[in-house]
Design a binder for this molecule. Sequence first.
Ligand SMILES: Cc1ncc(COP(=O)(O)O)c(C=O)c1O
Length: 365
Amino acid sequence: MSYNFPVTRTTHPKPRPEDETKLGFARYFTDHMFVMDYDEGQGWHDGRIVPHEPFLIEPASCVLHYAQMMFEGMKAYRRPDGVIQLFRPDMNVKRMKNTNERMCIPDLPDDLLVAAVEALIKEDVDWVPSAPGTALYIRPFIFGDEVSFSVLPAKHYKFMIILSPTGSYYAANDGGLATTRIYVQDDYIRAARGGTGYAKVGGNYGGGMRASLDAMKYNCKDVLWLDAAEHKYVEEIGTSNAFFRINDEVITAPLDSGTILPGITRDSVIQLLQKFGIKITQRKLSIDEICEASKDGSLQEIFASGTAAVISPIGWLNYKGTDYQVADGKVGPVAQKLYDNLYGMQTGAVEDFMGWTYPLNVKAE
Ligand SMILES: Cc1ncc(COP(=O)(O)O)c(C=O)c1O
């Protein structure tokens, strides 16, 4: 379907961040945003682009009380020729469908997300950064917006998209890689079987903040979650999936428990490793096995993968008060190779040999 979203341009454009090497993550937002409404009986209607600014919400709106909402995370990259491109947006559409189904949120037409993202970026194209390690982070989200305290799906929703020029989430914002320390959380849990772990919903993150504060107390950047039933098997790291390289085999947790977010970067890493001929296994891996491997020298690498994190190598795990070093604590060769190829393809510096990039009909000067 072809869409034509009316545009109201801002009369107060914001100054662009002066130094693209100091963008941080989601500190700046562009001038415009996309908004669309859903009403029972009418479906999704009135998609439009308006200035990015605060909006009014009724204090009794159901999302503020029962959190019926979902979100997605994706990025747009500026190629050397100025064309702006997305990375595997069909996977975001698919994950959005699964999340909407879990949260009883009315689904969007399949082609709407990319059409809305393209129309919005067209308005804010000069906000897409080009410094090494940067991208335009895209945050689509939907929330129930009905005045109701009944614990039932809403009859009115808003779908919005906001944009933020960003650097990297974990490492120093110089476009390079650096290792971080991660705290193994063996008390609180993120998601249990039958819950919403596989869906991208705010509640998964709100419930994790207590654990993030614990991690900071131990001078760690983020949390490695263990499974809810036994607090024994590794699941994911903060807002990314986790990979462990032991004895030349890369291992990541399987998705069948429904407790782990199926990362688009995770899927891409698995496919790239297969392409490179590096052994990759999806299996349950216990934290004890990792600590043993750290002690006997067979733990070669740990890295996190995600849209925000890209590939983030881990140098140390802190578990039950003890530090476990990963090899020499430095960036490993597999993480570096994945980063170079993935971010290279995303930005157009490396030829897209996987058919994953999605050029938009938008070009920067
Ligand atoms: C909990 C969690 N796991 C994994 C990921 C990685 O997913 P993706 O690679 O699609 O960004 C994210 C980020 O979206 C996340 O929030």
